[in-house]
Design a protein around this ligand. Structure first.
Ligand SMILES: [Zn+2]
Length: 133
C-alpha cells in the first residue's frame, strides 16, 4: 500500500515536471512582449524618482544636498564592486541586491533608496567601500 502511494506520487511529480515547465515556458514567451516594456518603464520610473529625491535630500551628517552626482558616484562604486566579484569568481552566478544608491560627496555617507517612502536611508559601507572615489 505504501509503495503504491509512493509510485503514485512519483507519477504525479513526473507529470508536473513534464507538463508544468513547458507551460510556464510557453506562458513566459507569450507574455514577453508585455513584460519587457513594463520592466523598462518601471526601471525608468525608479530612476526618475531616485533623481527627484536626490535633488532635494540633504545629507544627515553634513547637510549637503545629495544631487545627481551622488547617484553617479554610487553607480560607479556598485559597478566596480560587481566587476570585482565576477573577476574573483568567474563563472559563478550571482544574485545581488543593490544596497547603495547614493554616496554623499561631502562626507562619504552611503545611502540606500527606500522605494516606498521615496527617500534615502543611511547604509553601512562595505569593507571595500572605503575605496570609493
Ligand atoms: Zn554628507
Amino acid at each position: 500500500m505504501v509503495s503504491a502511494v509512493l509510485a503514485m506520487k512519483a507519477i504525479v511529480m513526473h507529470a508536473r515536471r513534464t507538463v508544468l515547465i513547458p507551460l510556464i515556458a510557453i506562458g513566459f514567451i507569450v507574455l514577453l512582449p508585455a513584460i519587457i516594456p513594463v520592466a523598462i518603464v518601471l526601471n525608468l520610473l525608479q530612476k526618475f524618482r531616485m533623481r527627484k529625491a536626490a535633488k532635494t535630500f540633504k545629507c544627515i551628517k553634513c547637510g549637503r544636498e545629495l544631487g545627481i552626482a551622488s547617484l553617479h558616484r554610487a553607480d560607479h562604486v556598485w559597478s566596480n564592486y560587481v566587476r570585482e566579484l565576477t573577476r574573483n569568481d568567474p563563472g559563478v552566478r550571482l544574485r545581488l541586491l543593490r544596497s547603495v544608491h547614493a554616496i554623499c560627496l561631502g562626507c562619504n555617507t552611503w545611502y540606500r533608496f527606500h522605494k516606498k517612502d521615496r527617500l534615502f536611508v543611511v547604509e553601512e559601507p562595505w569593507p571595500s567601500g572605503e575605496r570609493a572615489p
